[in-house]
Write a new protein. Sequence first.
Length: 314
Amino acid sequence: MNPYSKKDNINSPNYWNWNGFKICWSVTGEDNEIPIIFLHGFGANRKHWRNNLGYFAKRNCASYSIDLLGFGDSDQPGIKQIERLNNEIWCNQVKDFIAQVIRPKNSRKVILIGNSLGSLVALTCAVLFEDQIEKVIASPLPDQIKLSKKKIIISKFLKKSKDRFIKIFFIFFPLEIILFLITKLGVIKLGLHSAYSKKDNIDHELVDLVTKPVLRRTSARSLRAMCIGMTLRDEKLKASYLLRKLSASKKVPFLLIWGEKDNFIPLFVGKKIANFHRWVKLKIVSNSGHCIHDEDPSVFNRISYEWIRDLQTF
């Protein structure tokens, strides 16, 4: 696949071959100076940034959005193809995307903007290859936040037994049936109504972009790899540890944008992060939910761009 034959439209997909997997991505304003990668949340895809890419492209930003492996129009591998999917795998995907797709056009450090799971991936990237990342915007940041560094020591035998049990559980758990019921019983719409504070923003296009990937025959096997991968990942791949690592260097500026009415990850989590990690900037958007970038795009775009601009000016 040729990653350099590109279409400058979020609805016109480009494809990139990553480690034998087909990855779908879009770009707007590719010839601009400031490279930004937009990373979607769980269950979403690159098109969830439909109301953001154009805004940044008009402000000299090369705006890339990619479908993380297992989501959108990218390949959906299962445990036989990849064993497990977690934020380390997606971080490696972003790292290679920068090296193979962005670097031939642009040598500048990259800004990462993430929603939910995409925020965790962005944080992981900022820790694992901070020399490539200029700054991160996370809106919001998922994962359980532990302020204590204390470790609960578990014997190797118990850990091995627990890991085996979790793997067997997800292998036999009927995800195919669950996903079928989700699409047939209107659970996706129900989930969107929980995620969005402003219900009028839940249009046909949004429902379609979330539903289509779930209908692919490979979606259940990929979800199984995610369940195993995210459940069994090392502590060093969790937000608490990653934030502490980033705090030690403070080389990557970090902005949190949180919806006041986020039902999935309550605002107190964002306040907890900002209170403990004083170098993290927190912006709260009133009357907004879990997906501010799509629910209140004008507010999200303005806050994000002004923060990026002011840091560059400073």
